[in-house]
Design a binder for this molecule. Structure first.
Ligand code: ATP
Ligand code: MG
Length: 282
C-alpha cells in the first residue's frame, strides 16, 4: 500500500515537466495544499490532498459549496497551482509547468467542461468546437472543420453547427461544450457542475453522454451537487473543508459481473461499495 510513496524521485522531473513515474495512476496528487491569502488572513482551501485516479475511472467529486471541489479540479487542470505538494498527470509533473507549457499541455490532455458552458458567443457552434485544435496544433488545419463536424455528430448536434450559441438550448450548448472538450481527443474529461444549469431531463441526457465517454475509455472527473448523478459514477470522493473525508468505489455492473468480493464487501452487482483501502489494494 505504501510502496508508491517511495517510487517517486522528484529530481527526475525534466524542464518540460515530463516525468516517468512507472506506475499505473493516470492522476496523482501528493500532499497538495492550497492556501489563499486574504484580508482576513490565510485560508486553507485544500488540506493535504492525497489521491490517485486510474485510467478509465469515472469519479464524482461531491461536497458542500465552498468545500474546495473547484479548487481541487483546478489543481489537476493546472488552472491554479498548489501552494505546496505535487500534481502528476500521466508522465507530466503539472505543478512544474510554466504558463505556456501548461496551456498547451492542458489543451491536449484534458477536456474541461464548465457549468455555464463558456462558449464564444460571436462564433458559431462548429467554430467553437474548432478552437482548441487551432490553439494546440493537434491536427492539420485543413481537417479542423471535418473533425469538428464528426464530433458534433457524436453529440447529436451536427444539424446545429452553423447557429450561434444564443440560438440553441442550454442542453445543446452544454453538448457543444462537451464536443469542444473532446475535439483534441484528450484522455481525461473534467467537468465542474456540468449539469448545474440544466433541467433534470436535459441533465440526464448530458450525463448519459458522459457515461458513454467512460465506456469508450475516457477518464472522467465530475463535480456535482446532485446525489442522484453522483451515485451513477463508479467512485465518489467527498470533500469537506478542503479535505477528502470519504473515497468510495462502487462495483461496476458492466462486464465482468461481480457477485461477491474476496473480502465479502460486494454483494449485488452495481450496488455494492468497497472501501478506499480495498479499492487501492495493489
Ligand atoms: N481566489 C480565491 N481567493 C480566496 N479564496 C478563494 C479563492 N478561490 C476559492 N476560494 C475559497 O476557497 C474555498 C473553496 O472554494 P471552491 O470554489 O473550491 O469551492 P467549491 O466546493 O467548488 O464550491 P461551489 O460548490 O460553490 O462551487 C471557498 O471558501 C472559497 O471562498
Ligand atoms: Mg465550485
Amino acid at each position: 500500500m505504501l510502496k508508491w510513496l517511495f517510487q517517486r524521485d522528484t529530481r527526475k522531473i525534466s524542464p518540460d515537466g515530463s516525468y516517468r513515474h512507472g506506475n499505473t495512476q493516470l492522476i496523482e496528487l501528493r500532499h497538495v495544499e492550497k492556501v489563499y491569502a486574504g484580508a482576513a488572513g490565510q485560508f486553507r482551501a485544500l488540506k493535504d490532498i492525497h489521491v490517485q485516479i486510474n485510467t478509465g475511472e469515472f469519479v464524482a467529486i461531491v461536497g458542500k459549496s465552498g468545500s474546495g471541489k473547484s479548487t481541487l479540479m483546478n489543481m489537476v487542470t493546472g488552472v491554479d497551482r498548489p501552494t505546496s505538494g505535487e500534481v502528476f498527470v500521466g508522465d507530466t509533473a503539472v505543478h512544474t509547468l510554466n504558463e505556456d507549457q501548461m496551456a498547451r499541455w492542458r489543451g491536449r490532455t484534458i477536456g474541461v467542461v464548465y457549468q455555464f458552458f463558456q462558449l464564444m458567443p460571436s462564433l458559431t457552434v462548429v467554430e467553437n468546437v474548432m478552437l482548441p485544435m487551432d490553439f494546440c496544433h493537434t491536427y492539420p488545419a485543413h481537417t479542423f472543420y471535418r473533425r469538428s463536424m464528426e464530433i458534433l455528430e457524436q453529440v447529436d448536434l451536427a444539424d446545429q453547427a452553423h447557429k450561434f450559441p444564443s440560438a440553441i438550448s442550454g442542453g445543446q450548448q452544454q453538448r457543444v461544450a462537451i464536443a469542444r472538450a473532446l475535439v483534441n481527443a484528450p484522455a481525461i474529461i473534467m467537468a465542474d457542475e456540468p449539469t448545474g444549469n440544466l433541467d433534470s431531463r436535459t441533465a440526464d441526457a448530458v450525463f448519459q453522454l458522459f457515461e458513454r465517454l467512460v465506456i469508450r475509455g475516457k477518464t472522467l472527473l465530475l463535480v456535482t451537487h446532485d446525489p442522484d448523478l453522483a451515485r451513477r459514477a463508479y467512485r465518489t470522493i467527498t470533500i469537506t473543508d478542503g479535505a477528502i473525508v470519504a473515497d468510495q468505489a462502487r462495483v461496476r455492473d458492466d462486464p465482468p459481473p461481480i457477485t461477491a468480493d474476496a473480502d465479502g464487501s460486494a454483494s449485488v452487482a452495481g450496488q455494492a461499495v468497497v472501501t478506499t483501502e480495498a479499492y487501492h489494494a495493489d
